[in-house]
Design a protein around this ligand. Structure first.
Ligand code: CTP
Length: 134
């Protein structure tokens, strides 16, 4: 049984997220997803996600590719999470290429190409700029 772990915010869920999760699941038998908490996002970006962490977790949990998800409370705890959930493979989008190579002593580390032309940040900009135009 090969267990795959990945991490992300997955706010304003979009096709880039589903592509990443589908390919991550195909790297093993079980997919575990760490969904970053609202507090972690606020501390990183000084703004809260559009969808709160309970809703983001519900969306991720509802996907057929995902076996289990948990709250990622700190970016510094990746090693602990990998060990806690017995992950054999860490998968991340290639916006993180090279950044998690330090975990190669405990699991395989795979960076998958991002889906072009879609991101949560860009979606929020498009939606905000179209407000009031209709
Ligand atoms: N991802 C992807 N392709 C995209 C967008 C995201 O493969 N077009 C991947 C990321 O590489 C990451 C995971 O999906 O592994 C979660 O990404 P997240 O940061 O939550 O989404 P983004 O859309 O990148 O959000 P933001 O614009 O806020 O950075």
């Amino acid at each position: 049984m090969k267990r795959v772990i990945t991490f992300g915010t997955f706010d304003v869920f979009h096709v880039g997220h589903v592509n990443l999760l589908q390919r991550a699941a195909a790297c093993g038998d079980q997919l575990i997803v760490g969904v970053s908490t609202d507090a972690l996002n606020f501390s990183k970006k000084n703004r809260y996600p559009i969808y709160n962490q309970n809703d983001r977790m519900r969306i991720i949990n509802g996907l057929r590719y995902v076996n289990f998800c948990f709250e990622e409370e700190s970016l510094e705890l990746k090693r602990e999470y990998i060990l806690r959930y017995n992950a054999d493979v860490l998968v991340m989008g290639d916006d993180w290429a090279g950044k998690f190579d330090e975990f190669k002593d405990i699991c395989d580390v795979i960076y998958l190409p991002r889906t072009p032309s879609v991101s949560t940040t860009q979606l929020i900009e498009v939606i905000s700029s179209s407000e009031g135009n209709g």
